[in-house]
Design a protein around this ligand. Structure first.
Ligand code: ZN
Length: 396
C-alpha cells in the first residue's frame, strides 16, 4: 500500500496501543521455559519445605537467567534470516494527523459497507471501510516509528527492501545499514529523469526501484511515460517492485482518487515483460485478488516473481491463505517472496510473519523459500545467507 497523504480520521472506537517493543518479553520462548520450571516445582511436592524454598529460589534465578538469555538471543537475531521485500521508510504525517489505526488479520476483519450519505471512513463507528474488534495504532513520533521498526527487524533477523522518499530512505539506511536495502520509486515523491536515477544508482543511494505506484496514479504499468525507467532498470539490472493489488479499502474515495481496481490486472504487466526480457520485476501483492491471472503470468513469464506483502496482514487470514495455497499448489512456491508492507504500524511485521507461519499447507522448506531463499535468488544475494544468522551482513 502507498501513503494515504490526505487521510481523514474519525475518532477511534477501540484501539490496541503500541506496546513498546523493547519492554516486551519474547513470545514463545520464555513462557515455555517458565512452564517447564513450574512443572518441575509441582513435581517436587512433598519434599521438606526448606529444600523446596531453596529450589524455588534457584528456579526464580534460573527463569530470570533464561528470560535474559532469550532476550539477548532475540536482539541478536536467533531467527533464521528473513528478507522483507516491501517495507516503507515513511513519516506519520504521510498518513494523516494522526494516522488511522488499522485492522490486522490476527483477528476477524470485515468490510461492512458504506452509506454514501456520510463520508467514507477507514475507521470509527458506522460507515467503516474496514472493521475489526481491536485496531492497531501508530507510534506517537517518527523517531519511535524508526526505532520500533528497526528493533523488529533485529528481533526477527530481517533485511528489508525499504522504499520511500530518498531522504527518508537514506536516513533509515544510515540507522541500520545491515538491515535496510534502500529502494526508491521512479514514479512517486520527487520526480527525476532517468539520468538522475542513473547517477543516484552509481552513487549507491538505492538498490531497488520500489514501490512503483502506477495503479494509484490511474496508469497501466505499460503506460508510455514509464517506459524509459523500465529500460533503465533493464540496462542497469535494477530489480523493480510494482504495486498490483488492493490498496486501502475504498481507496478512490479516501485519498487516492485515481486508484482503479481494474489496474490490478497482472496481464497489464505483460507488455513490459516482453519489451524488456532481461528486466527483474516482482508484482507486489501478487495481483490480489486476481490469482488466476497471476498464475497465467507466472507460467508464461518465468522471470516474474511476486510478494505477499500487505495481504498477509490486511486480508482476512483465511482468504490470504487460500490465495497463497493456490500459488504454491500451482507450482510457483519458488517465486513467492515474503513482504510486510509495513507503513507506520510496526507490529504488522509480526502479524505478517505469523500469517506465513500459520499456513498449515506449507512445509518448512516452502516456508524458508518464501521467507528468504526466493528473495535472495531474485536479488542475487548469497543463498547461504538464508541458512544461518546474519553474520556476513551481505549488502546490496
Ligand atoms: Zn503496495
Amino acid at each position: 500500500m502507498v501513503n494515504p497523504a490526505e487521510a481523514e480520521v474519525q475518532s477511534k472506537t477501540s484501539e490496541r496501543q503500541m506496546v513498546p517493543e523493547l519492554l516486551v518479553s519474547p513470545e514463545g520462548t520464555a513462557p515455555s521455559y517458565l512452564q517447564l520450571r513450574i512443572a518441575e516445582i509441582a513435581s517436587s511436592a512433598g519434599e521438606p519445605m526448606k529444600t523446596n524454598a531453596l529450589r524455588i529460589l534457584f528456579v526464580i534465578a534460573g527463569v530470570a537467567g533464561l528470560i535474559l538469555a532469550a532476550n539477548a538471543q532475540e536482539t541478536t537475531g536467533q531467527h533464521l534470516p528473513i528478507i522483507d521485500m516491501h517495507l516503507h521508510a515513511h513519516t506519520l504525517s504521510m498518513y494523516g494527523t494522526p494516522p488511522p489505526a488499522v485492522c490486522t488479520n490476527d483477528q476477524e476483519i470485515v468490510f461492512p459497507g458504506w452509506d454514501p450519505r456520510e463520508p467514507l471512513r477507514l475507521e470509527g463507528t458506522g460507515n467503516q471501510a474496514m472493521s475489526c474488534p481491536l485496531r492497531l495504532k501508530a507510534p506517537a513520533t517518527d523517531d519511535q516509528l524508526l526505532l520500533q521498526t528497526i528493533h523488529l527487524l533485529e528481533r526477527y533477523n530481517i533485511r528489508a527492501v525499504t522504499s520511500g522518499p530518498l531522504d527518508e530512505v537514506t536516513k533509515w539506511h544510515h540507522s541500520a545499514s545491515d538491515r535496510i536495502i534502500p529502494a526508491v520509486p521512479f514514479d512517486d515523491y520527487e520526480k527525476r529523469d532517468p539520468e538522475a536515477f542513473r547517477q543516484l544508482f552509481k552513487e549507491g543511494k538505492f538498490a531497488v526501484f520500489a514501490e512503483i505506484s502506477s495503479q494509484y496514479h490511474g496508469l497501466s504499468p505499460a503506460d508510455g511515460s514509464l517506459e524509459p525507467y523500465f529500460a533503465l532498470a533493464e540496462e542497469l539490472d535494477i530489480p523493480v517492485g510494482i504495486h498490483m493489488g488492493e490498496g486501502p479499502p475504498g481507496a478512490a474515495y479516501l485519498w487516492s482518487s485515481k486508484y482503479r481496481a481494474r489496474l490490478t490486472s497482472p496481464f497489464l504487466l505483460e507488455e513490459v515483460l516482453v519489451r524488456h526480457p532481461r528486466l527483474r520485476v516482482y508484482a507486489m501483492h501478487y495481483g490480489s485478488p486476481l490469482v488466476d491471472e497471476m498464475l497465467a503470468m507466472l507460467f508464461s513469464h518465468p522471470q516474474l516473481y511476486v510478494d505477499v506483502s500487505g495481504n498477509d496482514w490486511m486480508l482476512p487470514r483465511k482468504e490470504f491463505h487460500s490465495h497463497l495455497r493456490r500459488l504454491v499448489e500451482a507450482g510457483f512456491g519458488k517465486r513467492i517472496m515474503f513482504g510486510s508492507d509495513e507503513m507506520v504500524w510496526p507490529q504488522t511485521i509480526k502479524v505478517a510473519i505469523e500469517s506465513i507461519e500459520s499456513a498449515e499447507f506449507l512445509n518448512e522448506e516452502q516456508r524458508r523459500d518464501i521467507f528468504c531463499r526466493n528473495a535472495a535468488r531474485f536479488l542475487r544475494l548469497d543463498l547461504t545467507s538464508c541458512n544461518s544468522q546474519l553474520e556476513n551482513k551481505p549488502r546490496l
